[in-house]
Design a protein around this ligand. Structure first.
Ligand code: TRH
Length: 380
């Protein structure tokens, strides 16, 4: 039977890290599962993808994974029919021959650039505007965001309900942590740490080690491990390693799949996250958090950090706002964390309540996949 579903193509180049593939993989699955669309995901680096989806065959030119047609984006492009909707993720450049195929369709496709997430105000004015044209095919800007008038955030249907049920079920949490080999001491606060290299880490670990409340820190394998090793005075940290220093237990975890990583965030009292996708997932976890923003040239990322803090701290008391803002700012310049951590701990109950309120407020917006589908609906 001929395919009657609307066809979407998503193009992803893996620049570095896991955010590009993390976002597009999540989006592709959601468009299939919740909007009944035929989605092809073109990826130029299947090895990075394999970390997120171990079932990937890195040698296959095409394969179906969780309902998504995953296509290797080859260096030597092979002719392919253009889809009804084309998403270039994060301003990646589409193959010239594919752009010709778009222009040669009887009806041109809706062509969008899915941009990086930013809380800056200008995003609202630019979201949905026409961008460049290729021949007669118009490209549009699509901006994710936190405010009305943006494209929203990726959020699967029922995610918050699942999260709520999980967090209300201590047995589910215990069983999940046990699967990961995590068994925190009674009364210990559980913290996850996903970050880039950070010279501020040593002072934060020191503060946690001397805290009266014991801390169990979970560190997925990745870029921050070098700083953890230096502070511990050990080498070769790998998944499974556990080290104790005073009140702080440091445990290294393997890189887990996105659904498990969500559960990890839901299980922790505090989450240090980075980049884009884990940052959003920590917000859906509705727990206090710390963001290590992706560093950009000329420190423009610091403007983005301030823009988010301005939105996020609305509704907090002045001292709690200062405490969390101070912690985030210090973290993002690799500064001293100890005093900021102590201040943050003082405002814990308020910050916990606030994380829940922020999550609910964000969930009032349409999720990003739905917003894309609506954009297409309005466009045709
Ligand atoms: O990996 P990142 O640093 O990605 C970054 C950012 O997206 C940045 O904006 C972009 O410019 C740059 O990449 C190229 O952080 P991010 O966005 O959180 O992506 C990590 C992904 O990995 C996310 O989908 C969550 C997932 N993840 C797992 O699936 N399992 C894990 O164990 C961990 C720690 C993460």
């Amino acid at each position: 039977m001929p395919e009657t579903k609307t066809r979407w193509d998503i193009f992803c180049t893996v620049v570095d890290n896991f955010g590009d593939i993390g976002v597009t993989w999540r989006l592709a699955r959601q468009l299939v599962a919740e909007h009944d669309l035929a989605v092809r995901l073109w990826v130029d680096d299947l090895r990075a993808f394999e970390r997120l989806c171990p079932a990937i065959d890195i040698h296959a030119a095409g394969q179906r994974q969780q309902g998504v047609e995953v296509r290797q984006w080859p260096a030597q492009w092979q002719p392919a029919e253009a889809a009804d909707v084309v998403i270039a993720a994060f301003a990646c450049q589409l193959p010239a021959a594919y752009m010709d195929a778009m222009a040669e369709r009887p009806v041109p496709p809706l062509w969008m650039n899915l941009d990086y997430l930013s809380a800056e105000d200008w995003v609202i004015g630019c979201h949905g505007l026409p961008s460049v044209k290729y021949r007669h095919v118009q490209k549009y800007f699509f901006f994710p965001g936190f405010q009305q008038g943006t494209g929203g955030l990726l959020r699967e249907h029922g995610l918050l309900e699942q999260r709520r049920q999980f967090q209300q079920d201590p047995e589910a949490r215990r069983a999940f942590l046990q699967e990961l080999g995590v068994d925190p001491a009674p009364g210990a606060q559980l913290i996850s740490l996903f970050a880039y290299e950070n010279t501020g880490l040593a002072s934060w670990l020191g503060a946690m080690a001397s805290d009266r409340t014991p801390t169990h820190l979970l560190v997925p394998e990745g870029r921050v491990l070098g700083d953890v090793e230096r502070w511990l005075g050990v080498q070769g940290l790998a998944a499974g390693a556990v080290h104790v220093r005073d009140g702080l237990t440091v445990q290294v975890l393997p890189f887990i799949q996105q659904e498990q990583y969500d559960r990890l965030l839901w299980s922790c009292d505090f989450n240090a996250v980075r980049g884009e996708d884990s940052f959003v997932r920590a917000q859906w976890a509705a727990r206090p958090m710390l963001w290590h923003i992706y560093q950009q040239e000329e420190d423009i990322h610091l403007d983005k950090l301030e823009a988010f803090l301005t939105l996020y701290t609305k509704g907090l008391s002045a001292p709690a706002s200062e405490a969390i803002s101070g912690l985030w700012r210090a973290w993002n310049v690799g500064g001293e964390m100890a005093d900021h951590w102590q201040m943050t701990r003082k405002h814990w109950p308020e910050l916990e309540k606030h994380a829940q309120a922020w999550c609910l407020e964000q969930a009032l917006q349409a999720d990003l996949a739905t917003a894309l589908v609506q954009f297409y609906g309005n466009w045709i």
